[in-house]
Design a protein around this ligand. Structure first.
Ligand SMILES: *[C@@H]1O[C@H](CO)[C@@H](O)[C@H](O)[C@H]1NC(C)=O
Ligand SMILES: *[C@@H]1O[C@H](CO)[C@@H](O)[C@H](O)[C@H]1NC(C)=O
Ligand SMILES: *[C@@H]1O[C@H](CO)[C@@H](O)[C@H](O)[C@H]1NC(C)=O
Length: 335
């Protein structure tokens, strides 16, 4: 039964574009299979059929620096939530279950030499484009032009850091990016030298608050056409941004383990890699799978979260642990 559900998931992945963050539809086919899944599986997403494989390419073993590129209209409190999440990844002092212990699963991945993914993830220089220099509708290629503008700006360009840099393009809620909402909430890839001048790992994550919060900010918002499904309250009071946090986490984990899309992924087809966060999409706690998010926590003010960062709480999906072959997270109850 687990295998049937899993192949259902894999089929879905194989029909979507590569290296994207896919949101589970809390929809009837998933609902039906989820019920079967619940009774039979031992651990979240577990299966002996998933072969997470290393394909010999580089991973990010040196200090990682995330360079946010704020595209469009961003408010200071919104930037603060996202910056504090990124800074929480290496903040060992946060209360358990912590974002830093979530990252420890990512650190379990190594390269050819046996070097682990870096423990250190820091926020670096930032760039803003409040004037939408490349328009309010971006394609996968024009996303690279936004990054080119950021690294070649005449004033304070972002540094060129191909070995430890993650260029994180964040679009405001009035910007459409190709395939956004069509089950795509973010993606990662690397820039082409012909466009940007360098091969730089990058990710894009969009604020879905206006376009499709029921897809990309789930479970803080739910699709209107599904009756009896209630949204949960978001931990930082901003549905769009709180929803982005899990997608940002998803993309950073995948860039770190598969920056040039030739390192860690499952599935036989390199054009459609299934990466370490794809396998755990929509799983936030023990029991998660199918349309069920798993057990989450309540902050006493009615908001839902599953891990602590610096000063704030976040809801972040789990990631695949290749040593045990199931999804894991710091708030797991039974393993
Ligand atoms: C989802 O599952 C529940 C029970 O598992 C069932 O009562 C409900 O009708 C299902 N919803 C849909 C839309 O299939
Ligand atoms: C990596 O970061 C650590 C601190 O987290 C620092 O001590 C070290 O010098 C850095 N290494 C490099 C190569 O920058
Ligand atoms: C490095 O990766 C190996 C192999 O997955 C793992 O056993 C070890 O615990 C990792 N080390 C750290 C510091 O995460």
């Amino acid at each position: 039964m687990a295998a049937a559900v899993l192949s259902f998931f894999l089929i879905l992945y194989f029909f979507t574009a590569p290296v994207i963050s896919w949101r589970p539809w809390p929809d009837s086919p998933l609902n039906a299979t989820a019920a079967l899944f619940e009774g039979s599986k031992k651990y979240e997403g577990s299966s002996e059929f998933v072969k997470m494989k290393y394909h010999m390419g580089p991973v990010l073993t040196g200090n990682i620096t995330v360079y946010p590129i704020w595209y469009g209209a961003w408010r200071t409190p919104q930037k603060r939530i996202i910056r504090e999440f990124i800074s929480s990844i290496s903040a060992d002092a946060s209360r358990p279950p912590s974002v830093a212990s979530w990252w420890r699963t990512v650190q379990q991945y190594t390269d050819q030499t046996g070097s682990n993914i870096s423990r250190s993830v820091r926020i670096g220089a930032e760039k803003s484009d409040r004037f939408y220099a490349h328009g309010k509708s971006l394609t996968r290629l024009s996303v690279q032009s936004v990054i080119k503008s950021a690294v070649s700006a005449s004033t304070r360009p972002l540094p060129i850091n191909p070995r430890g840099g993650i260029y994180l393009l964040l679009t405001s809620d009035d910007v459409y990016v190709q395939d956004f909402c069509n089950n795509v909430c973010g993606f990662h890839y690397f820039t082409f030298p012909s466009i940007v001048g360098y091969t730089l790992p990058y990710a894009w994550v969009g604020n879905s608050a206006k376009l499709c919060p029921g897809i990309c900010a789930y479970p803080f918002s739910v699709p209107k056409y599904i009756p009896n499904l209630k949204a949960v309250k978001s931990p930082n009071g901003d549905v769009g941004v709180d929803g982005m946090i899990s997608v940002i986490a998803h993309e950073i984990a995948e860039v770190a383990t598969n920056p040039l899309v030739n390192a860690w992924y499952a599935g036989g087809d390199p054009v459609f890699p299934v990466e370490i966060a794809d396998l755990c999409e929509g799983i936030y706690g023990t029991g998660g799978g199918g349309s069920y998010t798993g057990q989450m926590m309540n902050d006493g003010q009615g908001a839902t979260y599953n891990m602590n960062g610096i000063r704030r709480r976040f809801l972040v999906q789990w990631v695949w642990n290749h040593l045990v072959s199931y999804c894991t997270g710091p708030n797991a109850l039974d393993h």
